[in-house]
Ligand binder design. Sequence first.
Ligand SMILES: Nc1ncnc2c1ncn2[C@@H]1O[C@H](COP(=O)(O)OP(=O)(O)OP(=O)(O)O)[C@@H](O)[C@H]1O
Ligand SMILES: Nc1ncnc2c1ncn2[C@@H]1O[C@H](COP(=O)(O)OP(=O)(O)OP(=O)(O)O)[C@@H](O)[C@H]1O
Ligand SMILES: [Mg+2]
Ligand SMILES: [Mg+2]
Lengths: 259, 259
Amino acid sequence: GPKIIAIANQKGGVGKTTTAINLGSAMAALGQKILIIDIDPQGNASTGLGIDTEKRELSTYDLLLEGRALGDITVTTEVENLSIAPATQDLSSADIELVGNENRVVLLRRALRTDAVRDSGFDYILIDCPPSLNLLTVNAMVASDSVLVPLQSEFFALEGLSQLMLSIREVRQMANPTLRVEGVVLTMYDSRNNLSKQVEDDARENLGDLVFDTIIPRNVRVSEAPSFALPVLHYDPTSRGALAYKELAAELLRRQDLL
Amino acid sequence: GPKIIAIANQKGGVGKTTTAINLGSAMAALGQKILIIDIDPQGNASTGLGIDTEKRELSTYDLLLEGRALGDITVTTEVENLSIAPATQDLSSADIELVGNENRVVLLRRALRTDAVRDSGFDYILIDCPPSLNLLTVNAMVASDSVLVPLQSEFFALEGLSQLMLSIREVRQMANPTLRVEGVVLTMYDSRNNLSKQVEDDARENLGDLVFDTIIPRNVRVSEAPSFALPVLHYDPTSRGALAYKELAAELLRRQDLL
Ligand SMILES: Nc1ncnc2c1ncn2[C@@H]1O[C@H](COP(=O)(O)OP(=O)(O)OP(=O)(O)O)[C@@H](O)[C@H]1O
Ligand SMILES: Nc1ncnc2c1ncn2[C@@H]1O[C@H](COP(=O)(O)OP(=O)(O)OP(=O)(O)O)[C@@H](O)[C@H]1O
Ligand SMILES: [Mg+2]
Ligand SMILES: [Mg+2]
């Protein structure tokens, strides 16, 4: 069945959604069948891939709280080999609605451990998480084989990293013993300033091989692409951002064989 | 008593904390007595002002859930006229812990509507919110006179703006009829690219005078400052970031007289 990777970091604006969209489309371009599951009530991944409100009649809210099947809510995108299970604002009340529910942290796992999903043909499922360690992100980590951490090359993002690592360990101990860290990818790297380098040095010193070799540079084409409902690979294929995400996809896939 | 301003935006990484710290310290430099209330479990405002864990024995968790007085949890900072009520990770369980509590959206308001706070000598209280429209942010909006919205000059941030405006209206209708929008400030503006300009045009067209004239430029000194536990005004007073936040403080104070 598909390998399931949660893209998580409680710090806001570090590139979770951008990585879901662009790593996903880069892997798709390499022939991998990719599903993005959007569990952020903001629905940025869904918007960034051009999924209109009409195409979100069923969303990950229905997957988690209405017991709908993944196949029912999944839609194709303009990108070959890339599908998405979109999110809507309904999700913002999910953790309140689930308070009494003793299965509340395993809802996504149950939705993904079906024969239908196993036989879906997807090679990878990438889960785009909200900026929080709330119930939605916990569901993603409980349901996943690994967690990919986008790390913005700035001070506050670095500060939050140890908290995230603690949460991953907690989920491993309490609900998902085989949960691994897929890797930490430095994002929005600005090679003209010292701060990016310091964050990189810190990360590599503390996390060693967990940190991808590939670094995603700050590149305006990356932030322009979603306004055209396109991944940067399609919007500007030769841009530094596009090339970096292609490189990240190749590195991630290479690393799979070593496991 | 002090004017209370919530700094809110559910989109992550748009400059809420950076604005709390730097607008706050710029106003303090103009002689205003400022209190920052940090209600983000990440505690970035507290970290960015150098508040160590030992000085956070009492935090906004105790203010909201243990009924402690604001005066008990407030600490001074290295910045003259600037105090802070710090946050800790305990806050991350606040909304779950408060589920049964019928007063859960008015807890912060009650903590701030005391004689002690009225006579505290603070001119302004700035509340730094997490990237969410969850219970913590709702508490801030219910407790505040106005909401200041940092708007990152990029596509996803613009997308989230109407959702935020709806939430403000909802809070106004349900719990706080005098809640206003203090203003929307464009942050991390990159004048070299078109996207920033497009976001600005969109914002000014749709929100008119709500948008501050002052624009905060993207400036690496702003992102370096918190790693020295300093506001950018103290870290690099002549930097473009420092000058812009000083200008924002002056503009905000000027606008008070027109109300
Ligand atoms: N490499 C890059 N170069 C330039 N801009 C980027 C880059 N990566 C992301 N961005 C922009 O930075 C902003 C934040 O990125 P993004 O929304 O992907 O982060 P996020 O972690 O998903 O945020 P949230 O916490 O709100 O979910 C977006 O406007 C995005 O377009
Ligand atoms: N004008 C600026 N120039 C350069 N970097 C900036 C600027 N404003 C903010 N930053 C940096 O951008 C990142 C996000 O800013 P900040 O943490 O203040 O946003 P936030 O909205 O509080 O995020 P969160 O949603 O996680 O609370 C931080 O690393 C910050 O230092
Ligand atoms: Mg996102
Ligand atoms: Mg913040």
